[in-house]
Design a protein around this ligand. Structure first.
Ligand SMILES: [Zn+2]
Length: 382
């Protein structure tokens, strides 16, 4: 596998590239037929086969040095590996058996595309939402400094730092990682002069294992809950069980009536296809715990903030998805078959057809449920 990648890199003339994680080699038997795709740093990723931007949920994807994606065929479908994780679905990328390698940002590059400015929105007195190229984070300005959510990538973290400095001269005192996924918590080193890093205990080792100088290892971790105080501000951090990952937390700011919740209560979008690290039964329970919390607005990791009701809607989506799959089984439709997916699609469309990425992501969610059941067993839906 290493040899294949070296050949690819040589063919591309790429000096700096990231090796695929060990797991990728196991699950990508067809890599020899891969077609490499060149990506540049912090610019929309172009697929050299089509010349079209690669997108996630319809939003252009911005690559950074060291990002590596592999797509390959597995059980009749295209699967992806990204950020060291297996089976991370990336909607909109077409075609099997391609290796995507991000070239070293220090290498000479093509003329830069026009810079896309971030969006910074003040949604409460002291709460700001920062969005750029499909990713969202937040920061809270207290009387003694700033508390930030995820850094959301090296290039975005630099823009985030500029955005904070445009609002306040106070330093960033805390960075609270939402979970361990690299795409959300890379880049926090831009605040390392002044910040203390906080995460769930499970995230710490996984972040440390990446050994990425741009991603400081958490200084403070907690298991169930933790109160974070800075000046007159108080944040309640809580672990609500496994869901999209085993390290996802809720960062609740009662005074602003907001909660920063990444990747497990998406606002106006289907969840990612369930993958090796998803826990659907516990996910449903964790959403119930979010529903019981007292706040108004979810700040997500992708897209725009939305009302807390999205936690309820996403829970109902999982329940309805499972019911629709089981009804299709009763009709005799084969698991994962196109006929089953069509049946589930027809059942869910009236209630969920208007959500983002309903079209491309639903098949992945159906297949993902079977992957979850294969791994964890069936469970009663209630
Ligand atoms: Zn994630």
């Amino acid at each position: 596998m290493k040899r294949v990648l070296l050949l690819l890199a040589t063919a591309l003339g790429i000096a700096g590239f990231a090796l695929l994680p060990q797991e990728a080699a196991v699950s990508a038997p067809a890599a020899e037929t891969s077609t490499p795709v060149t990506m540049t740093c912090s610019r929309p990723v172009l697929d050299v086969a089509t010349g079209q931007p690669v997108s996630i949920g319809g939003i252009p994807w911005y690559a950074e040095t060291g990002d590596t994606i592999q797509s390959h065929e597995w059980q009749g479908r295209t699967r992806y590996e990204y950020g060291g994780r297996r089976y991370h679905y990336i909607g909109g990328v077409a075609g099997p058996n391609r290796v995507f390698i991000v070239e070293d940002c220090t290498q000479p590059q093509a003329p830069p595309a026009p810079a896309v400015p971030p969006t910074v929105t003040r949604i409460a007195d002291d709460v700001y939402v920062f969005s750029h190229s499909g990713y969202t984070t937040m920061f809270i300005v207290t009387d003694e400094g700033v508390i930030v959510g995820d850094p959301i990538g090296n290039a975005r973290a630099r823009l985030l730092k500029d955005a904070i400095q445009a609002v306040t001269p106070l330093p960033v005192r805390y960075m609270v990682y939402s979970h361990h996924d690299a795409d959300h918590n890379t880049g926090g080193a831009v605040f390392k002069e002044t910040a203390t890093y906080v995460s769930h205990v499970t995230a710490k080792d996984k972040i440390a294992a990446r050994n990425d100088p741009n991603s400081p290892v958490p200084d403070i971790t907690f298991e169930d809950r933790m109160t974070l105080r800075l000046g007159r501000a108080r944040l309640e951090l809580s672990y609500v069980g496994r869901n999209h990952s085993d390290s996802s937390i809720v960062t609740l700011y009662p005074a602003g009536r907001v909660a920063f919740i990444v990747d497990f209560a998406p606002t106006n979008s289907l969840p990612f296809g369930t993958r090796n690290e998803d826990y659907v039964a516990e996910w449903i329970e964790s959403l119930r715990r979010v529903e019981a919390m007292d706040f108004d607005t979810i700040i997500p990791g992708h897209g725009d903030p939305g009302p807390k009701e999205w936690a309820t809607k996403v829970r109902e989506y999982f329940q309805d998805l499972i019911t629709a799959i089981e009804n299709a089984e009763r009709l005799g439709l084969a698991p994962r078959s196109p006929q089953m997916i069509a049946s589930v699609r027809a059942a869910l469309f009236p209630k969920y057809g208007s959500w983002d990425v309903f079209g491309p992501r639903l098949p992945d969610n159906v297949r993902g449920m079977y992957e979850y059941w294969d791994r964890m067993g069936r469970f009663p839906v209630r």
